[in-house]
Design a binder for this molecule. Structure first.
Ligand code: MSP
Length: 523
């Protein structure tokens, strides 16, 4: 694999980030970190979507300019991603000058090509979705089904994009590439939507929407937010209608766009059509994740149940985001909806990270110090039955995990890693190294410990994308080099000789305090 280019959706800045936004950035960061273990050239893009009527209205209601609102909130997104160790290469803002200029050129190119034309139109616009809705898609009361709000009746002369021209090519692409849309069960939804697809309005009159990029040569119109927003995936890496940058040539097409299921239509119909019109290759995969609810309820400002990602870290006094990352990433199988609750968070991370994984390493290292002064004994797998098989199983899990990641099955991959941890705990219980020591079977006792340490090296590499700080702490205590590529991991990670001293043993993850969860629940 020579490169991997991954993107997230860019978030609207009409509010602060919540754990739904965080879920996506965590999944993407985990995929990016995993593929960094498989390629030397990773590019991870995220950012904010800053134009459109929604931002214009929110700023007006707050009595500030749209740009002030964008600056204030874009910073909150950056701060949140920093707190969550989201290791992106670039943060694009659609108000960046470079981006705005390229979007104007893209629009102009499509006008010149005849794919964009002017047309008078009357339609129902939902500012929540930032798109025109088909009357047949409204609820019985005439509301947008996603935002439960009445759309505005808009009568304007707009530019239109010939979406219908690309319908057949997109249908063919989806059918010929069953892994284009992930999970594949969503492809049928898209194919149904494509059935009655029509040309779409791609500009708004400046009289109605002032906060947008001007159409070149027609400043009375501003470019539709979704052309503006979707183009970020190519403008960020230096696309230009005349001379694309070296980075663009290297990274495009994207390997995967990670997005929420609510914006799949824009990514699997509109975006491919714009790209086909620009004569550019299509992204390899579009991975639509599910939605996160809070205590099984949809997050909404009116319900007052919106949780900020950093507030979870504060509630549980977590210095590092690993536990939150792990919890979110494992909250739902690929593409399905997940849920957050304080109580469940506490139970899961304590059980998986503190008890099963952290404790296993801690106990093993402590026994190594206690019985062998921290010195790894000469290996002899024959001495302890099942020990060779366990290490083999752990090594085999690397391929299983890679395979899950090939299909963006992040929670499923984590489950495989935890099942190796569980097997290893069982191995320790079954072989009771403390009893072996008591019986002075020191060679056997030493082999049990070595087997566990060998497995833990592999586990630290596999858990690294989810819990980078915990993995680093594990690897440090195991003297294991976490920079190793997954394909280069062997079953010979632990060397004979001094490994650790008592004072260097530290728990990799401290249990989350249950009192804190109770306090938070009462609040
Ligand atoms: N600006 C557009 C995306 C443009 S991409 C070219 C947008 N912004 S958003 O702020 O509304 O959403 C950003 C991402 O967060 C989307 O992928 C969306 O699905 C995701 N989520 C927003 N709320 C969410 C949950 N409650 N749960 C999980 N993801 C959610 O759409």
């Amino acid at each position: 694999m020579d490169k991997f280019y991954i993107t997230t959706a860019i978030d609207y800045v009409n509010g602060a980030p919540h754990i739904g936004h965080a879920y996506e950035k965590i999944l993407t960061d985990i995929i990016a970190r995993h593929y960094s273990q498989r390629t030397n050239d990773m590019y991870f893009l995220t950012g904010t979507d800053e134009h459109g009527i929604k931002i214009q209205k929110t700023a007006a209601a707050k009595g500030i300019t749209p740009k002030e609102l964008c600056d204030e909130n874009a910073q909150k997104f950056k701060d949140a991603w920093k707190a969550l160790d989201i290791n992106y290469n670039k943060f694009i803002r659609t108000t960046d000058e470079e981006h705005e200029k390229t979007v104007q050129k893209i629009f102009k190119k499509l006008v010149e090509k005849g794919d964009i034309y002017k047309h008078s139109y009357e339609g129902l616009y939902c500012s929540g979705c930032e798109c025109f809705l088909n009357p047949k898609d409204l609820t019985e009361d005439g509301l947008c089904p996603d935002h439960m709000k009445k759309p505005d009746v808009v009568k304007e002369e707009n530019y239109f994009f010939k979406l219908s021209k690309y319908k057949d090519a997109i249908i063919k692409h989806i059918k010929d590439n069953p892994d284009f849309i992930v999970p594949s069960f969503r492809a049928n939804e898209v194919l149904n939507q494509l059935e009655d697809i029509q040309d779409i309005s791609v500009s708004r009159a400046k009289t109605n929407v002032q906060w947008g990029i001007d159409v070149l040569d027609d400043p009375e119109q501003s470019i539709y937010v979704w052309i503006d927003a979707l183009s970020n995936y190519i403008t960020a890496i230096g696309y230009d209608t005349e001379t694309p940058s070296e980075a663009f040539k290297k990274y495009w097409p994207a390997d995967v766009h990670v997005i929420g299921k609510d914006i799949l239509k824009f990514h699997s119909i509109y975006w491919p059509a714009f790209l086909l019109a620009l004569e550019l290759p299509l992204p390899k995969h579009i991975f639509a994740h599910g939605w996160i609810t809070i205590d099984e309820t949809k997050m909404s400002k009116s319900l007052g149940n919106v949780i900020s990602p950093t507030s979870v870290l504060e509630t549980f006094e977590l210095k590092e985001p690993d536990a939150f990352r792990y919890y979110m990433a494992t909250s739902a199988p690929c593409g399905r909806d997940g849920n957050y609750s304080d109580e469940d968070f506490k139970e899961k991370v304590n059980a998986h990270l503190a008890n099963s994984m952290g404790n296993l390493l801690n106990r093993t290292l402590s026994m190594l110090v206690k019985y062998f002064d921290g010195v790894v004994q000469p290996k002899n797998y024959e001495l302890v039955s099942g020990s060779k098989e366990l290490v083999k199983k752990a090594l085999g899990t690397v391929k299983i995990v890679e395979n899950h990641f090939n299909h963006f099955e992040i929670a499923e991959a984590a489950q495989e890693i935890m099942s190796v941890v569980d097997l290893t705990n069982k191995f320790v219980t079954d072989n009771a190294p403390w009893t072996l020591a008591k019986e002075e079977k020191m060679a056997e006792c030493g082999q049990v410990l070595t087997t566990v340490l060998e497995v833990m090296c592999i586990v630290s590499a596999l858990i690294y994308p989810y819990c980078p700080n915990i993995a680093q702490s594990m690897a440090k205590q195991l003297s294991f080099d976490l920079n190793v590529k997954l394909d280069d991991i062997t079953d010979e990670n632990i060397k004979e000789g001094k490994l650790i001293s008592k004072e260097d043993i530290t728990p990799v993850f401290l249990r989350v305090d249950s009192e804190l969860a109770d306090k938070s629940a009462k609040k």
